[in-house]
Design a protein around this ligand. Structure first.
Ligand code: TYM
Length: 329
């Protein structure tokens, strides 16, 4: 049985990008693997060091995670900040992580561009904490979207380096994984780039039917194809990509053919996409609402997850301490 680890930051409600990048097919996965899913609340501080309502954010993401089909009796679901062994491994990995390689990570360079006023050390060592999250359970596979590829590459590097430096085979080299398919990037509704939490370009799993309709009707398009069979323009291709995930294949084929023939009407495309999204999101939103209302359930889930995660993490940490040479007196 393989071990799977996956995490989501608690910086906002989950959107379709999170779902298709990291969450779909969890229901099936958890029965076939040893799964650990967690909420990366420490990581959220790298961009939001003074969150207004950290507890509320974590609670929301926890409910949304569960609503996507995780069964806490089968998989382990926990909060990053509940497992101090992760931060110990993070500290130890920091000793074998080099400033240069962290500075060269594409995600770090992006963050420096986005938040030049807050280039903190947590941001620089983000991939070290992420590697600790993953290898603390000796994971083999990590369900993530395309944007996390550089982090998985660096995680493998740290795992390999630890094994080489300490002459051990302690850690497997984990692979980025997307449920048997290529890693995905779900685009946003604003014409370019990926769907994100803060950019205001996303459909959230908690969105109401009319919110979804309004967002889709406002999605960026263009003036239409100028000649038959031309390459599909980016904003339209983005809508097709989303459609590929939530609509019937025949629906997508129909609109692609209309585009190729220059007969496409974007209003029809959007209406269809909006209804398919509503159909997709509504049952998840209803589960989110039920789960959020049940504080006792959430408390039990977190307690159980913490115990199970710490058991696995403590075993790894005691092995790591011994490998490095910490000995009790
Ligand atoms: P976060 O919260 O930014 O994203 C969580 C997951 O959602 C995926 N994702 C997307 N996938 C496809 N298209 C999109 N538009 C899109 N937007 C987000 C991300 O790839 C990610 O899989 N660094 C992680 C959190 C983390 C983690 C870990 C993940 C911390 N430690 C250990 C796995 C294992 C992140 O980006 O979270």
């Amino acid at each position: 049985m393989e071990t799977v680890v996956s995490g989501i930051r608690s910086t906002g409600n989950l959107h379709l990008g999170n779902y298709f990048g990291a969450l779909r097919n969890f229901t099936r996965m958890q029965h076939e693997n040893n799964c650990y899913f967690f909420i990366a609340d420490y990581h959220s501080l790298t961009t939001h060091p003074t969150p207004g309502n950290l507890y509320g954010n974590v609670r929301q993401v926890l409910s949304e995670y569960l609503a996507c089909g995780i069964d806490p009796d089968v998989a382990t679901i926990y909060l990053q900040s509940d497992v101090p062994e992760v931060t110990e491994l993070y500290l130890l990995l920091n000793m074998i992580a080099y400033k240069g390689e962290l500075e060269r990570t594409t995600t770090f360079k992006e963050k420096v561009r986005n938040q030049p006023g807050n280039v903190n050390a947590g941001l620089l060592t983000y991939p070290v904490l992420m590697a600790a999250d993953i290898i603390i359970h000796k994971a083999h596979r990590v369900p993530v979207g395309k944007d996390q590829e550089p982090h998985l590459e660096i995680t493998r590097k740290f795992a390999r380096r630890f094994n080489t430096m300490y002459k051990t085979e302690c850690f497997p080299e984990p692979e980025a994984y997307n449920f048997g398919e290529k890693l995905v990037k779900i685009p946003g509704l604003d014409g370019s780039g990926k769907m994100g939490k803060t950019e205001g370009n996303g459909i959230f799993l908690s969105d109401g039917d009319n919110t979804i309709r309004k967002k889709v009707m406002r999605a960026v398009t263009d003036s239409g194809p100028a000649k038959p069979n031309q390459e599909v323009a980016e904003p339209i291709n983005n809508l097709f990509t989303i459609m590929q995930f939530v609509s019937e294949p025949a629906t997508l084929k129909h609109f692609k053919e209309q585009y190729a023939r220059c007969t496409i009407r974007y209003g029809d495309l959007k209406k269809q996409l909006a209804e398919d999204l509503v159909k997709f999101v509504a049952p998840i939103r209803e589960r989110i609402e039920d789960i959020t209302a049940d504080s006792g359930y959430l408390r039990r889930v977190v307690k159980k997850g913490k115990e199970k995660a710490r058991e696995s993490a403590a075993a790894t940490i005691s092995e790591v301490r011994e490998i490095i040479g910490f000995r009790p007196f």
